[in-house]
Design a protein around this ligand. Structure first.
Ligand SMILES: N[C@@H](CCC(=O)N[C@@H](CS)C(=O)NCC(=O)O)C(=O)O
Length: 221
């Protein structure tokens, strides 16, 4: 039996795992858990009740960072965590900045627009936080097609899903062109969307994002 990733592609946490699987040449089947992610069955897979969850035979794991690391270990193709100290910084820093300072505010704005925010979101503060995160991300990008340089890495798993959220929410909340004044990010985004590991994920996320914003996608929780 093949690998199953439970959740759906609009989750940036799941999307980063699918990019990792694509880059590694590992086939994963994305399945929407029946009844959502808070059912007793799903909570047996992930007691946190969050997507994604990966099932590989008897191995079940959750938390996207752990799943990406697992997928990285499943095949020798395209190591996602480089070994030399310089390359570790080049790949690890943009991934961490995206995870901690770009994805969060962009997702807050998305949930605010969609009406699914659990806590109050101040759009001005979230917009400012997103712009700051993008400024820092710009500083961390290496020269080359990929975020960490010449080779695909964990950074390219994390950044594109976050940019899908950032581009959509910036348009909705009139935050301006997120690539203006961020030339490295602009070049990166233009190139990475054509990458064969990334393109199908970004395309599927954009399609599902349109459904979500049009009220055609019920939450899984
Ligand atoms: N730290 C987790 C975060 C996963 C997460 O927050 N997933 C969201 C979907 S994007 C979710 O399942 N939310 C449901 C909820 O908050 O109840 C990871 O990296 O996998």
């Amino acid at each position: 039996m093949g690998l199953i990733l439970y959740g759906r592609i609009l989750s940036p946490f799941l999307a980063r795992c699918v990019i990792a699987a694509n880059a590694k040449g590992v086939a994963v089947d994305v399945q929407v858990p029946k009844g959502g992610i808070k059912t007793p069955e799903f909570l047996k897979l992930n007691p946190l009740g969050l997507m994604p969850v990966l099932k590989d035979g008897r191995t079940v794991l959750y938390e996207s960072a752990a799943i990406v690391a697992y997928l990285d270990a499943k095949s020798r193709k395209n190591p996602l965590r480089p070994k030399t100290p310089k390359a570790v910084v080049q790949a690890g820093l943009p991934a961490a900045v995206t995870d901690n300072y770009v994805q969060g505010p962009a997702a807050d704005l998305f949930r605010l627009k969609r009406g699914t925010a659990k806590n109050p979101v101040d759009p001005k503060a979230a917009g400012a936080a997103l712009m700051k995160g993008l400024d820092v991300l710009e500083q961390t990008l290496a020269k080359g097609k990929y975020a960490g340089g010449a080779k695909i890495s964990v950074a390219d798993c994390y950044i594109p899903p976050a940019l899908v959220f950032a581009t959509h929410t910036a348009a909705i909340f009139a935050l301006g062109d997120i690539f203006a004044g961020r030339p490295k990010l602009a070049k990166y985004w233009k190139g990475i969307q054509k990458d064969k590991a990334v393109k199908p994920v970004v395309d599927a996320m954009n399609a599902m994002m349109a459904d979500a914003l049009a009220g055609r996608l019920p939450p899984l929780y």
